[in-house]
Write a protein of this length. Structure first.
Length: 329
């Protein structure tokens, strides 16, 4: 994999030359914290508030060459993405994000500017969700690996699980679908534009406030779309013991996305149905009237069938290819 020149360590300021604590100071000094962070970076551990008495916690790992490429994305993009994919899991539980912890592994030859730009992206994405980086760790490795732990506050509500969907519920989504897959296809062909589509692959934009809104509206189950709409709705189906039917007439394909697909000889609906990494939210609600404003109904919960898949598209199994991403496959 091609690496950018600034990651070669040819400059005078590398991670190795600054050392662990100098690098930590470079990415934490001058940063402000929200009131929910009682003790931030610099001590043995962070201290954050937990007003609800329960904490939603999740962690995710991003590996260079698997989840991102530094010849396709700027370090700031990667930093944003590493935080966003974790916070999407928090909001998919119906929680409000409260803080994140970051683990970073990288070669000692990594230029310090790469690390500070990664941190800039992390802090920027955390700020977009109204939180801060409470702490973390740095170690040496042969390639860049980022591990983020995100915490969330349920604000007195019950968590929205994958297992609560019931026959007769409606399926709705909030966010965008297919854009990250479109951006990946563009980059895979050696292009860097249109920037709007390419950036959708570089860093997602989860609807951070909508998880809590769905929970308040009575959502019976919820998940964020990380592996693909069909794949992730199948997780809801398996956990809830039901089936789903997705209506393609309700799935909006943006004109810009359709133009890109046409230029590449691709099917934009396939991107919408199977493309992962957009981190839109998909949830079930007990009736049409309970779907919050800003959400779009895209299907229904039906009885669990005996066919090859618990998720159908317009009443039939999807025959357009794999339903989404699976590690190690």
């Amino acid at each position: 994999m091609q690496k950018p020149s600034k990651d070669t360590g040819s400059g005078d300021r590398t991670v190795a030359s600054l050392g662990e604590f100098g690098t930590i100071d470079a990415v934490t000094s001058g940063r402000s914290q929200p009131e929910s962070t009682v003790v931030g970076p610099g001590d043995d551990a962070a201290v954050v508030t937990a007003p609800d008495g329960r904490v939603v916690a999740t962690t995710d790992v991003m590996v260079q060459g698997v989840h991102f490429r530094l010849d396709w994305s700027q370090p700031e993009h990667v930093g944003r993405k590493s935080v966003a994919v974790n916070l999407a899991d928090v909001v998919a539980m119906g929680a409000r994000p409260s803080s994140v912890l970051v683990g970073l592994a990288c070669p000692g030859t990594t230029d310090i500017s790469t690390v500070t730009e990664l941190a800039d992206g992390m802090w920027a994405e955390a700020a977009r969700a109204g939180i801060g980086l409470a702490g973390g760790d740095m170690v040496s490795a042969d390639q860049v690996v980022i591990s983020v732990t995100a915490l969330g506050d349920l604000q007195g509500r019950a968590p929205v699980l994958r297992s609560g969907a019931r026959e007769g519920d409606v399926l709705a989504m909030c966010g965008r679908l297919g854009w990250a897959a479109g951006g990946l296809a563009v980059l895979g062909r050696g292009f860097r534009s249109p920037v709007g589509v390419v950036n959708a692959h570089r860093y997602p934009e989860p609807p951070y406030t909508e998880g809590a809104a769905a929970a308040e509206a009575g959502a019976t189950s919820m998940i964020d779309v990380s592996d693909g709409l069909l794949a992730d709705v199948e997780h809801l189906a398996t956990s809830s013991g039901v089936g789903f039917d997705i209506l393609t007439q309700n799935l909006r394909v943006d004109d810009r996305l359709a133009e890109v697909a046409s230029a590449l000889g691709a099917d934009p609906l396939h991107w919408v149905l199977t493309g992962g990494e957009d981190h839109a939210l998909v949830a079930t609600f007990p009736g049409e009237g309970s779907v919050p404003q800003g959400w779009t109904r895209i299907g229904s919960v039906v009885p669990a069938g005996s066919g090859s898949t618990p998720v159908t598209v317009d009443g039939s199994p999807y025959t357009g290819g794999d339903g989404g991403w699976q590690h190690w496959r």
